[in-house]
Design a protein around this ligand. Sequence first.
Ligand code: AP5
Ligand code: MG
Length: 215
Amino acid sequence: MRLILLGPPGAGKGTQARFICQTCGIPQVSTGDMLRSARAEGTPLGRMAESIMARGELVSDEIVVGLVKERLAQPDCEAGFLFDGFPRTIPQAEAVLEAGIEIDRVIEIQVDDDEVVRRITGRRVHEQSGRVYHVLFNPPRVPDRDNETGEPLTQREDDREETVRDRLEVYRRQTQPLIRFYTELSRRAPLEYRAVNGVGDVDAVMQDVLKALGD
Ligand code: AP5
Ligand code: MG
């Protein structure tokens, strides 16, 4: 399975990606997580991306495409992968096509703006692993602690309400056109496009996502 998860910030891509990857035995390729690791390690790329991410803008296509190509060259991607948060612009999607990277299915998770803001402002993350929680909707077993390591959870720097609104605007301008791009591509390529209602509790959405993977 070679999958793309598409949807606005806070739609639940990262949350659903965990289940899909466990079920299908494929790695999660999250460009957001990769950029956050680079930032945490203080690499030149991480330092460059830091302020762009804090503003909720997009890192350059060239850099992100380079990162993904490097990641796909690793052996665990041979049997498939799940792109989470990539591609995010038409040029990125075109780069995937040009590189001959085949995609079997695109799953769009649909969530409205108010729900996005509710989800993102209550999100807590375990930076090292990328595990995601929500203070109300998906709380950790011990408040503010990661379920697996017990380490403290943090709030992402770009999760303030003003930045979330900017990220939604960036999504509409730069990423939403991919819905049409992949719907059209699905008419002439083996690729299949499925949209899933992302509003509902995590398990209900997971059931719909699994259905969209199976049918
Ligand atoms: P990225 O990390 O990809 O952020 P994003 O797309 O804004 O998406 P999020 O991670 O915010 O949301 P999500 O859909 O994963 O939701 P989650 O599962 O966490 O990118 C960050 C930045 O990196 C970008 O702004 C950009 O600067 C840069 N970048 C990354 N990729 C790039 C690219 N390709 N090109 C250029 N720049 C790039 O869920 C959200 C919350 O809701 C959580 O608290 C969760 O617990 C909760 N939740 C999940 N599901 C449910 C549910 N069903 N009901 C209630 N709550 C739920
Ligand atoms: Mg995410």
